[in-house]
Design a binder for this molecule. Sequence first.
Ligand code: BV8
Length: 241
Amino acid sequence: MLDGLMAQVERIVILTGAGISAESGIDTFRDAGGLWEQHRVEDVATPEGFARNPDLVLAFYDMRRAALADVAPNPAHRALARLEREFPGEVLLVTQNVDDLHERGGSANVLHMHGALKSALCTACETRSPWLESLGARPPCPVCQAPSLRPDVVWFGEMPYEMARIYRALESCDLFVSIGTSGAVYPAAGFVAEARSNGARCLELNLEPSEGSRLFHETRLGPASVVVPAWVEEVLSRAED
Ligand code: BV8
């Protein structure tokens, strides 16, 4: 399906979700035993939940931030870093994930549209600061000193980051690739329709068909650690032709 096309690809937009980190040992949201089975979304991933019970929410993200020390990038993360290094055209990696495995896998330009566990947002001065420790102890904001730090994560009902930049990239890309996401949450789940309407070819790499599979020109099923390196090898070998 993509055979002849790959030679003309110059601009790739990649969207990743929790599935790319699953084989690294980070729970996804909607698979069996996933995060949303352990905690109600409304309680831990909404501004209302944070206002209702900040200690619960801070503990939820402190646990996930601390767990990053116990996981490592997998071959899928490393393959996308190789693509960024070796592909002669442009690659924009947009992730819905708040983990740091893309960066630890070697990707330099990662756009965290839903924020990051290793960042804190001050609700008083709105500064975002790199953050590795607990927020549950209510540490002072490094800039304004107020004890007003929250996880720098986009909750339901909040505007994701860098949307203008993402839509510009979707308008001009030749190839849109969705990896390890269920296509359950917007606006990310709408990116494939945006890319397709602008003429991009759309490829899905996932363990199982996502909610938006019918919108992709091609879906390749399998674990990310197998399917993503194979696809990157294919793209790079065609780019050399
Ligand atoms: C917004 C960060 C607009 C937090 C996340 C009513 C009220 C308010 C809003 C809404 C509403 N109705 C609809 C909405 C919009 C809402 C939404 O879409 N809701 C859904 C539930 C219908 N969206 C929002 O609220 C967004 N904001 O719309 O703002 C706005 C406009 C104006 C002004 C203000 C605001 C913000 C949504 C962001 C929420 N934050 N994450 C955190 O991490 O704790 S969402 C979270 O779930 C992820 O970030 C991701 O985006 C989303 C989906 O998760 P996935 O990554 O896809 O993971 P999932 O478990 O679902 O699937 C895993 C996939 O991997 C599966 O397909 C599986 O097969 C596959 N897989 C598993 N293993 C492997 C694998 N694949 C390959 N290999 C493997 N080994």
